[in-house]
Design a protein around this ligand. Sequence first.
Ligand SMILES: Cc1cc2nc3c(=O)[nH]c(=O)nc-3n(C[C@H](O)[C@H](O)[C@H](O)COP(=O)(O)OP(=O)(O)OC[C@H]3O[C@@H](n4cnc5c(N)ncnc54)[C@H](O)[C@@H]3O)c2cc1C
Length: 392
Amino acid sequence: MDLQLAPKHLEFRDRLRAWLAANMRRPWRAELRDPAATEDGLMEFRRGWQKKLYEAGYLGMDWPREWGGRGAGEVEKAVFEEEMARADAPPILNTLGIGLLGPALIHHGSEEQRRRFIPSMLSGDEIWCQGFSEPGSGSDLASLRTSARLDGDDFVLNGQKIWTTFGPWADWIFVLARTDSKDRYGGISFILCKLDTPGVTVRPLRQITGESEFGEVFFEDARVPRTHLVGRIGEGWRIAMTVLAYERGAMSLAASARYGRDLDRLAAACKEYGRADAAVREKLARLLVENEVMRANGIRTLAYFAEGKTPGPESSIEKIYWSEFDKRFRDAALDLLGPGGQLLRTSPDARPDVDWAREFLWSRAGTIYSGSSEIQRNIIAKRVLNLPQDAR
Ligand SMILES: Cc1cc2nc3c(=O)[nH]c(=O)nc-3n(C[C@H](O)[C@H](O)[C@H](O)COP(=O)(O)OP(=O)(O)OC[C@H]3O[C@@H](n4cnc5c(N)ncnc54)[C@H](O)[C@@H]3O)c2cc1C
């Protein structure tokens, strides 16, 4: 990292580098290429790796110690994420719990909920998924219809969620549900539900990459204790906005470290194939410059966080930048590598450096999940630039 790191942050980075060197058995791309690797096996591997990181004190970096965090700051968190990317370390399994629900509980949950859910979220003992989207309610999330009716001390949930990442692997889901059918925004509540609750069914969905990382979740008279409501009844939309701001922002630094690493590999592969003419060099140089812009954006956000501010609608700028860049980068890689970049990792002739074909397929998803690029542009226009709205 080229940030002006203070001596204590440099020391933290060096200790982390040494820890990774001693504890990572091999880079993530090698885990993925192992012919014996199965989807189940890789998920369990990620859970075990998460536990190792947690026990070494590297998760919940900026969260208070009383809830199982490290009590450090945003800079340590950014250093951690950048070093993980640089080392090609395996991703943790509970990304949605730690990345999204954690901040929601810290900002809006009760003390009891934080103590109950945060430590097991960090250790990987309880994996979470996000139940926002529904068939017909994606971009227009506030049109969601899954209902939660209060009955004594329980909510009774009915409805369906879709595109639920980690649904087939998770233990819990955080659900946006309608507690009032007449109030579009104020009628939504944020509820935590265990996936083995009677009346809850999870069905895996098969993706174009061949994996089944996401699924559909059905609720049929599923009873959830009222104590699993986060915030107050009708406060779900406000909490969802906190969650989405964390989901969209704060990832440019780690992302640019990953792209930097893959760009080096792409340049080396072009050389190997004897492709180094002016057109190739220009394409690579353009990607390099765009990646530097992303890194600068990430540093700006980090400075913002370091002042104690929380992410707001500006995080849409980061989301749109990295996800659109990802598509350009992965398109360019397939163009430059030709047939060499198109073999899936299961093929014995696949390139060992990066699974270029999978990255290309995955890059289609980034401009859709967590709000499509069109929706991010609408948010930037309305809430960041305060542009006048079309009255039609
Ligand atoms: C890989 C992946 C993982 C996901 N994981 C989860 C998850 O874990 N949990 C979860 O709840 N959801 C998840 N989603 C769902 C995701 O949030 C939705 O797909 C997304 O919000 C878009 O909704 P939609 O698919 O219903 O598309 P639609 O809303 O039907 O949009 C279709 C098209 O219309 C455009 N459009 C819609 N409205 C407007 C508008 N007002 N102005 C301009 N253009 C518009 C969109 O940009 C898009 O191009 C995931 C999606 C993907 C791809």
